[in-house]
Design a protein around this ligand. Structure first.
Ligand code: PLP
Length: 360
């Protein structure tokens, strides 16, 4: 019922219409209820989006059994990350303290991109041999610093799609000194429907003031082009972060689509299941071809490539498939977005053809 009609007609890929498996988008397309909500809201879109924003904030508050005051909306979770970085950098400046951002490497780099122009020192801590975060070293870097540290932790991580054990992350947040603030990016959390994953929102519920959790409607809800994300933190933190958020940042279409999507539990279930099927198809072929991969808990998977990653990427492009790039320092790995099962069957046959040519 949710299949995207336009997509069905697009399963022939060519240079003008390649299969896009490079930006972790959700090829299912948004829920029909989200589409209808946009259509219904259009006649009133000449007005400012206050009502639509408020309704979405309230629903998000309810979703997590928190309140409106625990939520900040963003023009994508990118804005939430940006505002959180600005809040901490500004706090350090006001208090006359040095400020650093500690990030695992590789990870999603927006916190870093927003921190750098503010003069924040960037401390990158390489992942370990298993591609897991080296939390002990990250923690040490924070302990050794007498200014303010912000720590960006993406869980599941992009580009590896791997989870960080809840206990390790939670223990650090709970035991951290007052000069450490955590930005926990859970852009892909909804895909991680496993008991191994607990959202850091539980720490917000428990009243911890040293974190904000960033979430998005771009991934499981397939609203990337409408730009809606949010942050969850205790009201005090939300008030501080909101100072750096663009006023009226969420547009009417995005807000109503997000609200309808949030209520459309069947769509979320469908979206998650579709990714599970796609992931299994890719895992099966990677196993068959004996290609190493990282355990995926998101709508993408990180796998090894034989030889140069750029050459592999170009060959896939010639086969009309755009795959993700290399993410140093994880050399020799490619990030593959999981599209629909139909799309992945095209990828699977292409990968098998690559093997017969000795390319993979
Ligand atoms: N966080 C992570 C880990 C991402 O991978 C992305 C986008 O790919 C974002 C945040 C930004 O998403 P958006 O601004 O669309 O919410």
């Amino acid at each position: 019922a949710y299949a995207n009609e336009t997509l069905k007609n697009k399963l022939v890929f060519n240079a003008e219409n390649p299969l896009l498996l490079n930006f972790n988008e959700n090829s299912l397309g948004m829920s029909q209820k989200a589409k209808q909500a946009i259509i219904d809201a259009l006649p009133n879109a000449f007005r400012y989006p206050d009502d639509a924003r408020s309704a979405l904030i309230s629903e998000l508050g309810k979703e997590f059994k928190l309140s409106d005051k625990h939520i900040t909306l963003g023009n994508g979770s990118s804005e939430t990350i940006q505002a959180a970085v600005q809040f901490v950098a500004n706090k350090a400046q006001k208090e006359g303290k040095a400020v650093q951002l500690i990030v695992p490497d590789p990870t999603f780099n927006y916190a870093e991109l927003y921190a750098e122009p503010l003069g924040v020192k960037i401390v990158k801590v390489p992942v370990d041999k298993t591609l897991a975060f080296d939390l002990a070293t990250m923690q040490k870097k924070a302990q050794e610093f007498d200014g303010i540290s912000m720590v960006y932790l993406c869980n599941p991580n992009n580009p590896t799609a791997m989870l960080t054990p809840t206990a390790a992350l939670t223990n650090w947040v709970k035991s951290a000194k007052e000069n450490v603030f955590f930005i926990i990016d859970e852009a892909y959390a909804e895909f991680a429907s496993t008991p191994e994953f607990t959202s850091a929102i539980a720490l917000v519920e428990a009243g911890y003031k040293n974190l904000i959790v960033a979430r998005t409607f771009s991934k499981i809800y397939a609203l990337a082009g409408l730009r809606v994300g949010y942050g969850v933190a205790v009201p005090e933190v939300i008030a501080d972060v909101d100072v750096f958020v663009s006023i009226d940042n969420t547009n009417t279409a995005g807000a109503v689509a997000a609200l309808a999507s949030l209520k459309d539990k069947a769509y979320v279930e469908y979206s998650r299941k579709s990714i599970d099927v796609s992931r299994q198809m890719v895992v099966d072929v990677l196993k068959e071809l004996d290609i190493e991969y990282a355990p995926s808990y998101a709508n993408f998977i990180f796998h090894k490539v034989k030889g140069d990653v750029k050459t592999y990427q170009n060959r896939m492009k010639e086969a009309n498939i755009m795959v993700g790039r290399e993410f140093p320092p994880a050399l020799g790995w490619s990030r593959l977005t999981l599209g629909t099962p139909e799309e992945m069957s095209y990828f699977v046959s292409t990968l098998k053809a690559f093997r017969t040519k000795g390319w993979i």
